[in-house]
Design a protein. Sequence first.
Length: 397
Amino acid sequence: MLVKINHVLRILTAIGIGIGLGGVVAAIVGPPGAASWAIPVGLFCTIVGITFVLIARTTGKISLPAPVLVESARVAGRIGVARIDTLTQTGTQINDQPVCDLQLTVQPANGAAYRTQLRLVVGLIQIPSIQAGTHKAVAILADDKPDIALLPDDPFTGPFAGIQVPPADQAGPLRSPESGGLRDDGSRRTPLLSTKRATRPLRVLLYVAVAIAAAALVVLPYRAGLTQTVHALSNGQLKADLRQADYLPDAIDALVREVGHPNAISVLVTPEYVYYTAPVSDGARESDVWIYRGGTVQHNGPASIQPESADQQFPVTEVDWRAIWPGLESAAKLAQVNDLSDTHISLDRTHVEDPASDNYLKNVGPVKVQLAINTPYQNYWFTMDGHGGDLVMTSSS
């Protein structure tokens, strides 16, 4: 049972590590605050898991034979005398009592002598009685197995009288009880996961797979941001630039799906996020703000400035979003600017400038893409239509 618990604790530890790593990845590729719960939860689970694994590693080897096994050994005559060859403390205490490892040479009443080891919780007042050289009556818990239990009987009287324990160097190599413990019938419990050294790579592979699965579940809601980041890294960039043609159309598609219709009042595009103002329903005047960042869409509620008319909205599906980045690059060449990190793009309807129009000075004109390029010494403004054509420098300062 303790072996099974030890495996469960290791798997839980792997889950904790995976959750923590997933939180780190989500924080990098997702929006601010993405999976903020994951890192502290993963860290807590990892620390608790490792602590209990270390405890289980010590306590799992403590000899606690079932009374029925001991009684069966007596009835079957599987008894003997053991000499304690060494006694060492593990450094662990249970209820202030030290956990000790004993190496013993065992001489069964019938059969050849052998060496084995035993881990026990030893009361402080019992330590003098189990020093090296001390003889103990023992029950041999199963045939052809090194598992034993110390008995309270006198090792020099009764059925134990006359049993002579040979020197340790004449009893063969040290035999350790296998993992899994013994059933009442003396058969060995087989753990679900083998604890043998030969299967250690498979166990490590299992724990790694569990950690990866836990991390994947944490990152799953931010998979779009992860895909964008991986793509950016493959192109020599640390993170995705949402103004670029590789990312902006996908961002707009995600916003349209979340909003539920293709109309917008205004769109602001920066390297890190898209600030999207859209009617609450198709054709409505009332508008909400949506933000796309890290591959996810966040609804920020009503816009602080509401449009004067529903005529200010425009269908984003009619904008060639792939043409905007090339237009920005062309504007940078005209402005002789190499650094576009402080550049943003905005789209909305332009003012009607015809005094004779009923919509004079209202934002119901054609859709224009406005590019603002800022430098430490000069600021430039450009416009172009929604299809990437007619790039014009409107002003500079």
